[in-house]
Ligand binder design. Structure first.
Ligand code: GDD
Ligand code: MN
Length: 417
């Protein structure tokens, strides 16, 4: 038996446990959509909405790198903490060797609220968070670590504060009353405080824990910052606050940093270097690409490596300069390549065979760079430029050349930011 057609007037009298599609979609638009025939058959729009398709309210983005043994527990706790909230979880995995992505997909097979973005050939906590955030339509988006160090029980409070429109951004903070750093050793604790102080250089507003990786924001905050983010390294929250065109309304929710559930931390020396790059990018990135600065800094240390090898080689070869100088040049090149691959381009680090191919293109590019360096310097010198100035100009031209060419041919096609 046919029921009364409701297509001209969607049934808004359904109990509104949560907003139904009928309430957000214009009835006129629906008639033209592919759902048209179904509506003509007499079903109320509201009846087409099943519970699994309730509009998403909150998305939790969880960046992972080798967290296979943590993801089940993360999702279980999220389900418990977020009961009654229409949420989804987006895991963003950088192709972890331990099979984290497979594990996430296995969870997702049993629950559609879970998705996995598996990024190939790229690394980086901040950029992973950005990609996760961009993958969801949810009006509220949280970012939380995948090792259970952050306290998921704070999420409903954060959501409540944002929904009541008391803030644009809610931060899980270790440095407000009631929060804590858990059982960090004194070295990590003082490093974190130092980094926090440095971070304040960038911020126009008071935030007690800008280094936190645990926060929730309303979608417009993402939209107003996403094209300005540096997305370098670990600190996506700091990046977001520093990139915002206007002062954000921020609330901080205390939590105690827990100990890692399983696996190990990915914070290492290279991550500290990336933090320096993020600061530099926010301070001077408008004028110079920060990767260029990193490249130059490493190139400068290469000079010392060169001199050290040269001295040794002179000693070993009993003063055969040409040989010593060649060995030192080769050594410095390998050193520069190795360090740039580790620091400047950590997010697209070359490994295995690609490492050797990279070394080859890097050396070729730098050899041509050396020729242009000498060429420019000789030309300037011949045209009455003072010799130090001519030499420096040569070095600069060589460095720019090396940077520009290796950025494309050694570390990938996309122009680096
Ligand atoms: N996709 C992806 N790519 N995820 C990553 C990467 C990466 O390159 N590096 C780390 N992660 C993931 C980890 O798997 C983990 O889920 C989360 O990011 C945090 O990484 P940890 O290695 O556990 O970081 P931590 O405990 O040292 O640092 C934490 O403390 C900081 C506060 O000092 C993080 O929460 C930071 O976000 C936080 O700012
Ligand atoms: Mn951790």
């Amino acid at each position: 038996m046919k029921r009364q057609a409701h297509h001209s007037k969607p049934d808004l009298n359904r109990p509104q446990a949560s907003l139904s599609v009928a309430a957000v979609v214009e009835p006129a638009a629906l008639q033209k959509s592919k759902f048209g025939p179904e509506l003509d058959s007499g079903l109320a729009v509201g009846e087409l909405v099943d519970d699994a398709a309730l509009p998403i309210e909150l998305c939790v983005v969880v960046p992972t790198y080798n967290e296979r043994d943590n993801v089940d527990e993360v999702f279980m706790r999220l389900k418990r903490a977020l009961r009654g909230i229409a949420f989804e979880v987006v895991f963003v995995d950088d192709d972890s060797a331990d099979g984290t992505a497979d594990r996430v997909r296995r969870i997702a097979l049993g629950d559609r609220r879970v998705r996995c973005i598996q990024r190939l050939g790229r690394r980086g906590l901040a950029s992973a968070c950005v990609e996760g955030m961009l993958a969801t339509p949810a009006p509220f988006i949280a970012v939380m670590d995948g090792d259970l160090q952050h306290d998921e029980a704070c999420l409903p409070r954060m959501l409540e504060l944002l929904k009541r429109d008391e803030a644009d951004l809610a931060i899980g903070s270790r440095y407000v009353a009631g929060g804590g750093i858990g059982d960090w050793d004194s070295k990590r604790a003082s490093l974190s405080r130092l980094a926090t102080r440095l971070a304040h250089l960038l911020l126009k507003q008071e935030v007690s824990d800008p280094m936190s990786g645990f926060f929730m924001l309303r979608r417009p905050v993402l939209e107003s910052t996403m094209r300005k983010l540096s997305a370098l390294g670990f600190k996506i929250l700091l990046d977001t606050i520093a990139s915002s065109p206007r002062k954000l309304r921020i609330v901080e929710v205390p939590f105690t940093f827990r100990t890692r559930w399983s696996g190990e931390s990915k914070l290492d020396t290279a991550a500290l270097w990336e933090f320096g790059m993020l600061l530099a990018d926010k301070l001077v990135g408008r004028y110079v690409p920060v990767r260029f600065l990193s490249f130059i800094a490493i190139g400068t240390t290469g000079v010392f490596v060169h001199l050290a090898i040269l001295t040794t080689a002179m000693y070993v070869s009993h003063g055969w300069f040409t040989v010593a100088q060649s060995v030192a040049t080769a050594g410095a090149m390998v050193f520069n390549f190795w360090l740039n691959n580790l620091m400047t381009y950590r997010d697209r680090q070359l490994r295995g065979r690609a490492w050797f191919r990279g070394l080859l293109t890097f050396s070729l590019a730098c050899s041509v760079g050396a020729l242009s360096n000498v060429g420019v310097a000789a030309f300037l010198f011949a045209n009455k430029t003072q010799w130090v100035a001519a030499a420096l100009a040569g070095v600069l031209v060589g460095a720019v050349w090396n940077y520009a060419i290796t950025q494309i041919y050694t570390w990938g096609k996309a122009p680096a930011r």
